[in-house]
Design a binder for this molecule. Structure first.
Ligand code: ZN
Ligand code: ZN
Length: 195
């Protein structure tokens, strides 16, 4: 806070004339010296929106010579709390493996949620509708409602269809895919494309 009160009324502050008085005050309160404010200006950072262009603290430190710690503080302010807060939220929102989150509105469904139940928040089908690799039926949930086959991740649907065509049993296909390495899957993809 002391730094903010030391803003020189004239002279050096003109170095940073690209910044509004409020921006200057904030930057000074972050611990920047007027010299560093001038360095920012020389580096071409002349307003809050220029920090958007800079993008991250490392780049800011590189172009302006600000110490990394200071650059970090400045970027945190300049890029706004929402970005930082959003990153925080992502870390916090870790649901257990079988928690169901609505595909439409993102609301977490109650523990007693059953496949096919409507979302408690928006009333739509909460789970994604998946296609069955075995019978081609579609529906929500982890198992096909028509034939009982385990539902594969969408990305592996085609591989499941291929394995079926090659004669692998219904119950073995999801298991088989789970145990495949990426290289083995790539080979399979090669085969899938030949059909
Ligand atoms: Zn919903
Ligand atoms: Zn099915």
């Amino acid at each position: 806070m002391k730094a903010a009160q030391k803003v020189a009324p004239a002279g050096r502050t003109s170095l940073a004339r690209g910044f509004t008085p409020l921006e200057q005050r904030i930057l000074l309160s972050k611990g920047l010296s007027e010299q560093q404010l001038g360095d920012l200006y020389d580096a071409g950072v002349r307003g809050k929106q220029d920090f958007q262009t800079v993008g991250d603290a490392t780049t800011l430190a590189e172009i302006s010579g600000l110490p990394a710690e200071l650059a970090e503080k400045v970027m945190l302010w300049a890029l706004g709390q929402p970005a930082a807060a959003a990153a925080e939220n992502e870390k916090v929102v870790v649901h257990s493996a079988d928690a169901v989150v609505c595909v439409h509105c993102g609301a977490l469904q109650p523990k007693d949620h059953k496949s096919g139940d409507m979302c408690v928040a928006c009333g739509k089908q909460a789970e994604p509708v998946m296609a069955c690799f075995w019978c081609g039926g579609t529906g929500p949930g982890k198992f096909c409602r028509q034939c009982g086959a385990e539902v594969l991740p969408t990305a592996e649907l085609e591989l499941g269809i291929l394995l079926k065509r090659e004669g692998v049993a219904k119950g073995e296909i999801p298991e088989k895919l789970r145990h495949m390495t990426q290289a083995e899957k790539d080979v399979l993809w090669g085969r899938a494309r030949r059909y």
